[in-house]
Design a protein around this ligand. Sequence first.
Ligand SMILES: *Cc1c(COP(=O)(O)O)cnc(C)c1O
Length: 440
Amino acid sequence: MAGNASEIKGIGGATPGWYAAGLDHVWLPYAQMKTVTPPLAVTATHGSRIVLADGREFVDGIASWWTACHGYNHPHIQAAVERQLAAMPHVMFGGLVHEPALTLARRLAAMLAGDNCSTDLDRVFFSDSGSVAVEVALKMAVQYWGNQGIRGRTRFVAFNGGYHGDTTGAMAVSDPQGSFHTAFRGLLPEQIVVDLPVDAASTSALEAVLADRAEQIAAIIVEPLVQGAGGMHFHDAHVLKTLRALAERYELLLVFDEIFTGFGRTGAMFAFQEAGVVPDILTLSKALTGGTLPLAATVARRKVFDAFWSDDPAKALMHGPTFMANPLACAAANASLDLFEGEPRLVQVAKIADALRQGLEPCRTLPGVKDVRVKGAIGVVELERIENINALRQRFIAEGVFIRPFGSIVYLAPAFTIAEDELAKLLAVVRTVLGNGAAQ
Ligand SMILES: *Cc1c(COP(=O)(O)O)cnc(C)c1O
């Protein structure tokens, strides 16, 4: 990347010494390092803004992979983390527990139970990233059966368009195309990836698979209502009701991956609550700490937990990340939950949804646009195709916004606290850039 490192000077002027000195030693995500567009050097964030080393400031349209739901540098989260940093940045979770983790587990269980306490999703296993939370969910599901003396239920049913993470187990239950399964053939466990049951044909296809292979299947795993990184596809609650019914009929566990949808993104606090379908296992991460520190949770219903409750040590859940329940991350998550309780986040999401609907609708008639859709604080313009994704990303950067199209979509998933004029700017830039035919 030596050539690229010097190239960036042309874009913004001064490049800090650490940039050129370090860039040849990092390996960037999802990037062909030979041809990758040089990344932007960031020195600060605030609200919905990203500040670059050269002084430029961007409006952020995607809140750092949808994590920074309260905006960057929220003082309430910062203060909580600072207090925790002074007292105890980290301690292992084996044999030791601490207030931030136990308080967070109690609060998550209460939130997931809902106002009418209709669920018993109340046992929380902490980890440090979404992919690991998914791995834990998969292990939980397999061991759930094994602990009851039922052998051979080691497969999962998952869905085209789904994304559950980049670790091996999570990749295997993600969309085969999006996760580059072919590059890892032989490594990935073989899973059953089919179409979501959105209509009669896909429902009977799924049923046929279950009728044939139920004894090999531990669980069905799905992102409820919105498939995120697989292309921002939405589906209705009835799809989840169908999955629940099929899970009952064939005695399978149902796993909802709410790593993207959780904490207000779709308009409800959790997508499963909006859909009125309760999973047996639920995964959370992304916005859990308000985008400040890595943390994830795998939450089990009582019947799942009960299958591990035994005098037999071999029936314990065999997992334990080194930085599990990191106190700084748990303190940040508790502070984030304070903000959800004390500030009108879901009202803000509803307002953002209205603005996204109005602001993106004009894109529908632009050449090359296949679909425009909005759900909660997620606004999507799907194009027929994006020929040059790097060029399109650069167009947005040139307009002063940070938006990162992928596949064939341009999407916005801003902080819930984004200012009206900032959101208006994002929308105007999307309309202008796509209106200029940049997508073709
Ligand atoms: C981002 C994401 C993951 C993976 O989380 P990481 O923290 O990147 O490992 C898993 N599932 C869904 C639905 C996600 O959006």
